[in-house]
Design a protein around this ligand. Structure first.
Ligand SMILES: Cc1ncc(COP(=O)(O)O)c(C=O)c1O
Length: 395
């Protein structure tokens, strides 16, 4: 019997990886699977960023950096937050982390006592449920509903605030719904956070992957909010740098040394030559990101139309990120069973929505971070498989 601490039971393994592992095993057995399950850009990192990393490596930038992050990078992040988000952070109010994932752990470990409650969207990227549970805090769901365009319901949130509520998590644009919180809703939420003295964790990792001229609003830019907000971001999605592990959190200065204690014991610092390249990524961006976003939008438009043309499936057109949350309730199957059926029979890998929380049951998440050709082929397979399934269940 391995001696495993009970706290590990509070952390569920990733349901996304489960689908991915199964798809990979099928591929090893000779099948051709279309991958719609993984949330990572399919583009290469732009060349100017790779070049900067190579130059940094060649120049011997290979040692531990300041654990807070290189000062030039913290400065470049502060300038980015000013330029793009209208936020006034100083370099000293920024901690560079090994991906936003690490920042989530650091922030939640720093602010949640055991038994504290954290308001989290349902559905949502699963770390916001697993990490508080691991810390013996309590994730309390608030719903993001399709019929509300995946905006949050202020009255529901108000009704769920208790004496133990410490903070609220916002993910905008959202994974898995693709919803983007609008300024009006964020302003009301800001008023509530101030009234109830809540901290806000604002995950903005998909902020640049946004369509139809939709506005991204950083809640910390609203009056009275900077002092209670952790603005969380990273380079993974915008610059297609998921493997580089570069994220950051901007927060009131007094939190930074506290977050850094977690970070020091966890990873020490983000990769040195990656940090050097991140400065260049932020300061010397050309057309690359705009081109990627244009291509995501082209794929999204194709997939949304194709899915809505399948009898039994429907979806909203996501305003941001690169996920389509497909409503499959009309097929009358559990999401997990349907995802298995589609993987085994149509060789398309989709994530069952319940992986992201109970509110995701009845949905499948499709990532359109895949080529236009694969999306076209995958949607054709999806249509055929759903038609076959309906015939089978009618018999
Ligand atoms: C909402 C959200 N936040 C954070 C992350 C992780 O970002 P990073 O690669 O910077 O750890 C993801 C990854 O899928 C995500 O969907």
């Amino acid at each position: 019997m391995p001696a495993i601490a009970s706290r590990m039971e509070r952390m569920a393994p990733s349901g996304i990886r489960r689908v991915n592992e199964k798809a990979l095993a099928m591929e090893r057995a000779g099948e051709t699977v279309i991958h719609f399950e993984i949330g990572r850009p399919d583009f290469d990192t732009p060349e100017y960023i790779k070049k900067a990393a190579i130059e940094a490596l060649r120049s011997g930038d290979v040692f531990y950096t300041s654990n807070f992050g290189k000062m030039e990078l913290r400065q470049a992040i502060a300038e980015k937050l000013k330029r793009e988000n209208g936020l006034d952070y100083k370099a000293e109010e920024i901690l560079v982390t090994a991906g936003l994932s690490e920042a989530v752990f650091a922030v939640l470990a720093a602010i949640l006592e055991e038994g504290d409650e954290l308001l989290v969207p349902d559905p949502v990227w699963i770390n916001y449920r697993n990490v508080p549970a691991f810390l013996n805090a309590v994730p309390v769901s608030y719903e993001l509903k399709e019929e509300n365009g995946y905006q949050l319901d202020l009255e529901e949130i108000r009704s769920k605030v208790t004496a133990k509520t410490r903070a609220i998590v916002l993910v905008t644009p959202n994974n898995p719904t693709g919803g983007v919180l609008c300024r009006e809703v964020l302003q009301k939420l800001a008023d509530l956070a101030i009234e109830k003295n809540l901290l806000v964790i604002s995950d903005e990792v998909y902020e640049r992957l946004i369509y139809d001229g939709t506005e991204h609003v950083s809640i910390a830019s609203l009056p009275g909010m900077k002092e209670r907000t952790f603005t969380m971001n990273g380079l993974s999605k915008t610059y297609s740098m998921t493997g580089w592990r570069l994220g950051y959190v901007a927060a009131p200065a007094e939190y930074i040394p506290v977050l850094n204690k977690f970070h020091q014991h966890n990873t020490t610092c983000a990769v040195s030559f990656g940090q050097a390249a991140a400065v260049v990524a932020l300061q010397e961006e050309g057309e690359e990101v705009r081109e990627m976003v244009k291509e995501y939008q082209r794929r999204r438009d194709y997939a949304v139309k194709a899915i809505n043309a399948i009898d039994g499936l429907s979806c909203l057109s996501p305003k941001g990120a690169f996920y389509i949350f497909i409503n499959c309730k009309a097929l009358g199957q559990k999401s997990a069973e349907l995802a298995d059926y589609l993987l085994e029979n149509a060789k398309i890998a989709l994530v069952p929505g319940d992986v992201f929380g109970p509110g995701g049951e009845g949905y499948l998440r499709m990532s359109f971070a895949n080529s236009y050709e694969n999306i076209a082929e995958g949607c054709a397979r999806l249509k055929d498989a759903v038609e076959t399934l309906k015939k089978e269940t009618c018999r």
